[in-house]
Design a protein. Structure first.
Length: 134
């Protein structure tokens, strides 16, 4: 079945949401995959505001187990700067296709990292297929 979820919830130690101001990394947090299912994420799309003097280094989708362990199955995306603001803040998009597997009781996270502490305001959407686990 088709699956789509958008989140603005973010944090440094998911799944608990927290403030991502003045830190160099942040996770966008999505719902856990239900028991008996797995999710194949096929599309990722984010719009994010980061500090203008900062270098947006990396964005990736990673799964997190129910016990909080972040797993090394990851897919990287290139952040693309779309505008520069004099506040100073920069707007970025992260967009791409993937075949990221998220198993039952895991949750997808979008990890973002900059060179130094900054803002990570915005939202992320994932799309894919929710399938019965084998």
């Amino acid at each position: 079945e088709y699956y789509q979820e958008t989140t603005t919830e973010r944090g440094r130690l998911p799944p608990a949401p927290s403030d991502c101001s003045d830190v160099s990394f942040c996770y966008y947090i999505f719902a856990r995959v239900p028991r008996g299912k797995f999710l194949v994420v096929t599309n990722v799309s984010c719009t994010v505001l980061v500090g203008g003097a900062d270098d947006f280094r990396l964005a990736k989708i990673v799964p997190q187990r129910g016990d909080g362990t972040i797993l090394p199955r990851e897919h990287h995306f290139a952040p693309i700067q779309t505008s520069f603001d004099t506040q100073p803040n920069n707007f970025y998009i992260i967009q791409g296709t993937t075949s990221q597997l998220i198993r039952e009781n895991e949750r997808p996270l979008i990890y973002m990292e900059t060179l130094s502490g900054t803002l990570f305001e915005g939202s992320c959407t994932i799309e894919g297929k929710l399938l019965d686990a084998p």
